[in-house]
Each structure stands twice: as C-alpha cells, then as structure tokens.
Design a protein around this ligand. Structure first.
Ligand code: PEP
Length: 230
C-alpha cells in the first residue's frame, strides 16, 4: 500500500499560485505515493486531476441549514474532496473546537464517504510533563476501539511550524500508542516541521504510513522531494 503524503496549504495560495504549484509538482514528482492536497476550500473544484487527491481542511458538524460561514461534508464531496482533515490544532485553537464537535464532524464525513484524517497531538507542557500518551488517548476517546478505516495524523503542537521535531523514538512511541488504541489496523501519519532534510529519517526509522506537511508543502519542488523520500 503506497504511503500517503498530504500537503496542507492552510490559508495560503491563490488560483494562480496553485495552478503553478500543480504544474511544477508534476514536473518534479517521481514518487508513487498517494498525494493529497488539502487546499483552501474555494479552490478545491478547480484542481481535481487524475493523480492528485483533494482534501478539505475542515468541515461543519452540521449537514445543512442556517450555519452561515460553514461548509458541509456534502459540499466538500461535490467539490471533489475525498479526504478531510479534522481536529487540526489550529482549528482546535482558533475555532475553539472540542472533541465533541470533532466527533460530529467525523460522523458527517462518514455519511458522505469522505476519508477522515483526524489530527491529534500534545502541547509542549504535556510533553514536558511526560504525559503525551495519556493526552493522545484522551483525544482518541471520541472513536470506538472497533473503528475501522481511520487515518490519524500525529502532530505535536510544539512541532507545527516551529522547525522542531520529536526524537524518532518519541514519534514511534506515539504511533504505537495510537495503533494500540484500536482493534483493527489503522493508518498513522506524522506531521510537524517535516521537510526534505528530515523526511527520509522520520519515514525510514518509524513505521508511519505517511506524512502531513504544512509550510514545506507550499514549495512544489520541496514537496515532491519529501514525497520521494517518504
Ligand atoms: C500542519 O499544519 O499540519 C503542519 C504539519 O505544519 P508544518 O509542516 O508547517 O509544521
């Protein structure tokens, strides 16, 4: 099964930027990985192509109605998204998302057969108190241990956009903790300051199923290198 490599553009880009990105990425890319672009939602339907898979960056916990500013799972599906991030730490922080909201989002996506990519990860204070695995298990409480077909992205909050990454052993510890929580085999990705200098080491020395890349994904050549090294 090919590894997954997700580019999370966050709130960056424009139609022109993404069109150039796709062109440059295709010129550079030599990997056979499953590439997923988590684009800002207005651009999703412009960039569906046969090689690149699309992801939403978030979804409403409601299916339709008077929820001005929100996007339903059905709308994401309509725009070509086959995947969607939920529980990203930036959404938890800036949109005050709770585990309860995130579970509702998970269920909305399931109804539209959109693959959820559930992001979890600890803040620095939890890492420093050596309580990472307890924290991760608490974030996973929203899912039954019999849940199948899940992708969990382990993204330590202190590693996102900081240039810092955990020790390899700590990534593997978190991955084992996440996998051990479920009865069925699930996919686990790592995210947090991944770039072309650390992607190969993280991929080779842990048993992750792929990478979630934020800042470094905005450079298509760098992202193609990461996909190759993953
Ligand atoms: C992210 O936002 O999911 C992320 C991993 O960001 P960065 O790669 O910039 O740390």
């Amino acid at each position: 099964m090919s590894k997954l490599v997700i580019a999370n553009f966050k709130m960056n880009g424009s139609k022109e930027f993404i069109a150039n990105w796709v062109k440059d990425f295709h010129e550079e890319n030599e990997s056979n990985k499953t590439i997923i672009l988590a684009l800002p939602s207005p651009y999703l339907s412009n960039f569906k192509d046969s090689y690149l898979n699309l992801a939403g960056q978030n979804v409403s916990n409601q299916s339709s109605g008077a929820f001005t500013s929100q996007l339903s799972a059905q709308m994401l599906k309509d725009c070509g998204a086959e995947y969607c991030l939920i529980g990203h730490s930036e959404a938890r922080q800036y949109l005050m998302e709770t585990n309860e909201n995130i579970k509702q989002k998970f269920d909305q996506l399931a109804q539209e057969s959109i693959q959820q990519v559930l992001c979890i990860g600890e803040p620095l204070v939890i890492k420093e108190a050596s309580k990472t695995t307890d924290y991760l298990l608490e974030q996973l409480e929203l899912l039954s241990s019999d849940q199948e077909n899940i992708i969990v992205a382990y993204e330590p909050i202190w590693a996102i956009g900081t240039g810092l990454t955990p020790e390899i052993e700590d990534i593997q510890l978190a991955v084992d903790c996440i996998r051990g929580r479920f009865n069925k085999s699930i996919k686990v990705l790592y995210g947090g300051s991944v770039n072309s200098s650390n992607a190969a080491n993280i991929s080779a020395k842990t048993d992750i199923d792929g990478l979630l890349v934020g800042g470094a994904s905005l450079n298509p050549k760098e992202f193609a290198k990461i996909a190759q090294l993953c």
